[in-house]
Design a protein around this ligand. Structure first.
Ligand code: ATP
Length: 300
């Protein structure tokens, strides 16, 4: 099984999942922040944060507005560099990490996409872009394939060099759309979807990229309650299939229901542990102030 196959298995099957998990375990934590401090100015907005996320975890990052959650996520992804401390991603320095297809990033409500004159399938297709180009020619047993089937191998090679998707790529795109339940919308303009549907399409793009870490920044802001439920069902299923989930979420009820582990942040880490211990702890009041409480679906 190639490395790509191993990555893809995290989406599609449990037997293969073990292989993918084993690959990740050999590398140590997927996300590894150690003593990280960062400020946009001289005042730190994230201070002395140490946080390791292992393969297969489902972690929610919570905290009040302006508490540094998005900044922490950018540090994890290497989009910002720490002032002090270290940030590693898949065992590499996060700033120099260049295996971008392993990470699927779903930003806060992607309004930028609303006006884009492209279809759902075209958005998901973008997930394949890191795999196109001449690099691909070096990662397969091309010579053997060429000997067995010269015409198709030559055609495929031409597609790769010109950056066109192959039949295999399209199959992965269509599988990703099916996984998020959006096949029926494949030809619809992305702007003509509800917020929840659009977020599912962005997850499909990450899946098409064969990501084994999904990082989501308040993905359900502005999404109706029914779609939020469907969205969390999907995230749960993907996590069950082996994909590591790191999620910023303001809805503490959703966090309590879905995440296995909570990191409560307000510049520093106030709590890091199992969700049920977080619910029982006083971390919420300490980080948010005494007003904060868990809201359940019943509204209490
Ligand atoms: N690009 C920036 N330049 C300067 N300051 C910034 C920048 N981005 C964020 N900040 C500041 O850093 C602090 C942390 O912001 P951050 O967006 O990480 O918090 P957050 O917990 O994600 O907030 P929210 O829940 O409101 O999205 C805030 O005081 C914010 O004003």
């Amino acid at each position: 099984m190639s490395a790509n196959d191993a990555d893809r298995a995290t989406v599609t099957g449990s037997t293969e999942r073990e292989t993918a998990t084993a690959v990740s375990e050999a590398e140590g934590p997927i996300v590894d922040l150690s003593g990280v401090t960062f400020g946009y100015t001289a005042t730190p907005v994230v201070e002395d944060v140490s946080l390791a996320v292992e393969s297969g975890e489902y972690v929610a990052v919570v905290g009040p507005n302006g508490s540094g959650k998005s900044t922490l996520m950018r540090l994890m992804l290497g989009l910002l560099g720490p002032d002090t401390g270290t940030a590693r991603l898949f065992g590499e320095d996060a700033a120099g990490f260049n295996d971008g297809e392993r990470v699927g990033y779903v930003a806060q409500r992607a309004t930028a996409a609303e006006d884009m004159p492209i279809t759902v399938r075209e958005v998901v297709k973008m997930g394949r872009f890191p795999y196109l180009g001449v690099d691909r020619l070096t990662d397969g047993a091309l010579a053997d394939e060429f000997a067995a089937d010269p015409v198709n191998t030559a055609r495929r090679t031409a597609n790769v060099v010109t950056g066109r998707l192959t039949a295999d790529d399209w199959e992965i795109v269509d599988d990703a759309l099916a996984t998020v339940g959006m096949s029926a919308f494949a030809d619809r303009r992305i702007g003509r979807l509800s917020g929840g549907q659009r977020q599912r399409v962005f997850i499909a793009r990450a899946l098409a990229g064969e990501a084994d870490l999904l990082v989501l920044d308040e993905p359900t802001v502005g999404v109706d309650a029914e779609s939020v439920d469907a969205f969390y069902d999907l995230l749960g299923a993907l996590n069950e299939a082996g994909i590591t989930v790191v999620l910023i979420e303001h809805d503490l009820g959703a966090v309590a229901e879905h995440a296995d582990r909570v990191v409560c942040l307000n510049r520093e880490v106030y709590f890091d542990g199992p969700t049920d211990e977080f619910v029982e702890s006083d971390a919420l009041a300490r980080a948010f102030g005494t007003e904060a409480r868990f809201l359940t679906r019943g509204g209490e």
